[in-house]
Design a protein around this ligand. Structure first.
Ligand SMILES: NC(=O)c1ccc[n+]([C@@H]2O[C@H](COP(=O)([O-])OP(=O)(O)OC[C@H]3O[C@@H](n4cnc5c(N)ncnc54)[C@H](OP(=O)(O)O)[C@@H]3O)[C@@H](O)[C@H]2O)c1
Length: 217
């Protein structure tokens, strides 16, 4: 059974998943790299940067779940690019010619354009649809594998609120951002529908996993 998952989605202690003032040069606005520094010290994160070494503990183990079993990704226009990318016909996303997805990726936007085939098996499809419609489309393209909801916070929140997320893995980073886009708004009482576990790691982050009680797997 294919599940819908959110993976290693980083939020500050005050619940912000990105900062204020996003630009092409600063995709997380005033948050800079602070929500993701914990990744860069792991073996997975260092390998992704072409570097040796790194930690091999629980942070690394969570990150290694990124690829296996995922057949498609859904993301928001705010993750696909800086504010205004929709006006740039040449924009091909921030991940370069060979993006790390290697699956169909459905970019939710009210400014649709033709699909973009990239190297390595990633094809971007631009979709104006409700979360339920987008998930049905992504499932159809995922070949029986899981669908990842990749962010940003607006899209993750919408899918969780619609009851479409089976596994939600949030990484709470011990920083206070104070402003930006929050994940939790409108999700009051979310924990009632999920089995929730927390694991703190030496890097200082806490992994919180929400597994939906009525999910079939
Ligand atoms: N903390 C993390 O782990 C993490 C992970 C991923 C991304 N991020 C960060 O999150 C930020 C982006 O998040 P965000 O909340 O600002 O934006 P987002 O969730 O990526 O995208 C929201 C946008 O997607 C489009 N959209 C959403 N639902 C739609 C629907 N049903 N139909 C059509 N279009 C729809 C709209 O854009 P249009 O105007 O194009 O219609 C909307 O403004 C970036 O800074 C990114 O770097 C953080």
């Amino acid at each position: 059974m294919s599940v819908t998952r959110v993976q290693h989605f980083a939020v500050s202690l005050d619940g912000f998943a990105t900062g204020e003032g996003q630009t092409r040069e600063a995709p997380f606005g005033h948050a800079g790299e602070r929500l993701h520094e914990w990744m860069f010290t792991t073996r997975w994160g260092r390998t992704a940067q072409g570097l040796p070494g790194g930690t091999g503990g629980a942070d690394d183990a969570f990150l290694r779940l990124f690829t296996p079993g995922v057949g498609a990704e859904i993301m928001g226009a705010g993750k696909f690019g800086h504010p205004g990318w929709q006006d740039d016909p040449e924009w091909r996303g921030p991940w370069g010619p060979n993006p790390p997805f290697h699956t169909p990726v459905f970019v939710l936007t009210h400014h649709t354009r033709p699909p973009l085939a990239m190297e390595g098996g990633t094809t971007y499809h631009f979709l104006d649809a409700t979360p339920a419609e987008a998930l049905a489309t992504a499932r159809g393209a995922a070949g029986g594998l899981d669908v990842r909801i990749g962010g940003g916070p607006t899209v993750v929140r919408d899918f969780v609120r619609a009851g479409l997320v089976d596994h939600l893995h949030v990484v709470v980073v011990p920083i206070v951002l104070g402003r930006g886009v929050r994940l939790w708004d409108g999700l009051e009482g979310l924990e009632h529908d999920y089995d929730v576990e927390s694991v703190a790691t030496p890097s200082g982050v806490t992994h919180v996993t929400f597994a939906r009680r009525d999910a079939e797997v």
